[in-house]
Design a protein around this ligand. Structure first.
Ligand code: FES
Length: 83
């Protein structure tokens, strides 16, 4: 049974809760964010996000708790998308 709630603070200042093992894409949607996706196999890097300062690839990572059970997430900024 998954009962540990992990608090996630997103780059748009929304906060959501997730359980260990949840997937990043649907959790980001709940916060009103869309994590870009490409290959979905971990090779292209389109889905990279920063979690507590560590870059991960969302398509091949599950949500994991840390000691504080607070994850600060920002979508990595790709200069291509900046205006
Ligand atoms: S979608 Fe390509 S690495 Fe995640």
């Amino acid at each position: 049974m998954k009962d540990s709630k992990i608090k996630i603070r997103w780059s748009n200042n929304n906060e959501t809760y997730a359980s260990e093992g949840d997937d990043w894409f649907s959790t980001a949607e709940k916060a009103g964010l869309e994590i870009p996706a490409g290959c979905l196999t971990g090779s292209c890097g389109a889905c990279e996000i920063d979690v507590n300062g560590e870059t991960i690839r969302a398509c091949v990572s599950d949500i994991k708790s840390n000691k504080k059970s607070l994850l600060k997430v920002s979508l990595t900024t790709d200069p291509f998308w900046e205006s």
